[in-house]
Design a protein around this ligand. Structure first.
Ligand code: CUA
Length: 219
């Protein structure tokens, strides 16, 4: 059963199979939430079981303890800690504007495709080429409606809003091909708004990028 459950966690769109420090932070948050909610579930089930058995005499306390403690103090504490941790993790996914990465790629969303533009003028649709081990700033925006930029194995989701630019920093550690998707319902073809991410060794980056653009043109 466990190996079977494990195989459900990899695959091109799995955020539980991270390949960058940013995606690892998201995966850690997911596991912490899973373990935390599991513990809370166990606690509630234990109390419930006790209440239905002769052990309920151990639960005899003033009602206020259950109502204030279990209903207010406990959930407020747990949710505040989780919220703080989630906000901290979310902030770490964004690029620090004071220290831009050497490479910046513009990602423009439109119904229903992504256009990636490099500073060198190279432009491609639904295909992103990145150098391995290098920080890259992806400047995300939209031409029409709200979309969401998401490469599950390399980072978190971020909205693509018309008239605004959100900059996400990605450091892909492993060479390989990854899948990206639009993660916000944006019209009829939302489900088909995928893109491919090729992470290549730094030394081959410029060559692969030019090849990729030539192939895109000839298609
Ligand atoms: Cu673009 Cu959904």
């Amino acid at each position: 059963m466990l190996p079977l459950l494990g195989t459900g966690c990899d695959g091109p769109l799995s955020s539980l199979d991270p390949a960058s420090p940013q995606a690892s932070a998201v995966a850690d948050l997911w596991w912490i939430m899973l373990v935390g909610s599991g513990l809370v579930f166990l606690l509630v089930m234990t109390l419930l079981t006790l209440a239905f058995t002769s052990a309920r005499r151990y639960l005899r306390r003033p009602h206020a303890i259950y109502i204030l403690g279990g209903g207010l103090v406990f959930p407020a504490t747990v949710l505040s800690v989780l919220l703080a941790y989630a906000l901290f993790t979310g902030e770490r996914l964004l690029a620090d504007p004071a220290r831009p990465a050497a490479l910046r790629v513009q990602a423009m969303a439109a119904q229903w495709q992504w256009t990636f533009r490099y500073a060198s003028g190279i432009e491609m649709s639904d295909r992103l080429v990145l150098p391995a081990g290098q920080p890259v700033d992806i400047a995300i925006s939209s031409q029409d409606v709200i979309h969401s930029f998401w490469i599950p194995r390399l980072g978190g989701k971020i909205d693509a809003l018309p008239g605004r630019i959100h900059v996400m920093r990605i450091i892909s550690e492993q060479v390989g091909t990854y899948a990206g998707a639009c993660a916000e319902f944006c019209g009829l073809n939302h489900a088909g708004m995928y893109f491919t991410v090729e992470v290549v060794p730094l030394a081959e980056f410029e060559t692969v990028l030019r090849q990729a653009m030539d192939e895109t043109r000839s298609n």
